[in-house]
Design a protein around this ligand. Sequence first.
Ligand SMILES: C[S@@+](CC[C@H](N)C(=O)[O-])C[C@H]1O[C@@H](n2cnc3c(N)ncnc32)[C@H](O)[C@@H]1O
Length: 207
Amino acid sequence: MGLFKNYVSQTRKPEGFLGKMMVNGMNGGHAKLADWGMSHLKTIAPQEIVELGCGGGRNASALMEKYPSSKVTAIDYSDVSVRIAADVNAEAIREGRCTVQQGDVSALTLPEGKYDLATAFETIYFWPGLEKCFGQVAKVLKPGGVFLIVNESDGTDKTGLKFENIIEGMKCHTVEEIESALKQAGFSKVKSDHHKSKPWITVLAKK
Ligand SMILES: C[S@@+](CC[C@H](N)C(=O)[O-])C[C@H]1O[C@@H](n2cnc3c(N)ncnc32)[C@H](O)[C@@H]1O
C-alpha cells in the first residue's frame, strides 16, 4: 500500500504511528465542521451524551463545554483513538464528567435508553450497515432523544468520492440515504441541513 493510501486509510480505524498522527490531525482539522454541526443543536439541554466514533476526543470536550452540566461517554473501536481521546479529556475524566470506552457502534454494550443526545462526526462513512448501526443508536437513546450526524461529504462531492475510492470500506452517503436509514431504524422527525458553500451536511433525528 502506498504511503498516501495508508495514511488516509487511518481515518477508518486509526492504528500505530500513522494512526496517532491522523487522530491528532483530525482533532484540529474537523473542528470547524464539528462546531458548524453542533450549532444545529438549539433547543435541547442534554444531561447524558454519547459521542460515537469519537476519534481524538475533541468533540467530546466541545460538547461538555456547550453543555456544562452534561456527562459525555465517548466511544471508538480504535485503541489509538481511545487513548488519545482519554488523554485530551483527562481532566473531565478525573472530575467524573467524561468516560472514554472502546466499543463498536454496530454492537453497542451501553445501557439502553440512557442518553439524551448521540453524536456522530465524520464517522458514519465507516459504519458497517447504516440501518443496523442506527438501530443500535436508537437502542441507547431515551425516548425523545436526539441523534446528530455531521459529515463533510454530502455523498456527491468530488473530494468525498475520491476518498471513497481510496479508502476500503468507506461510503459517502447522501442525505436521502441517511434519512431513509434513520426512518428504517425507527427515528422520527428527521431534519437535515446543507452548508451554503461547502458539501457539509447535518442530519438531526428524534427517537
Ligand atoms: C474520520 S475519524 C473521525 C473522528 C472524530 N469523530 C472527528 O470528527 O474527528 C472516524 C472515527 O470513527 C471510528 N469508527 C469507525 N467505525 C467505527 C465503529 N464501527 N465503531 C466505533 N468507532 C468507529 C474510527 O476508529 C475513527 O476514530
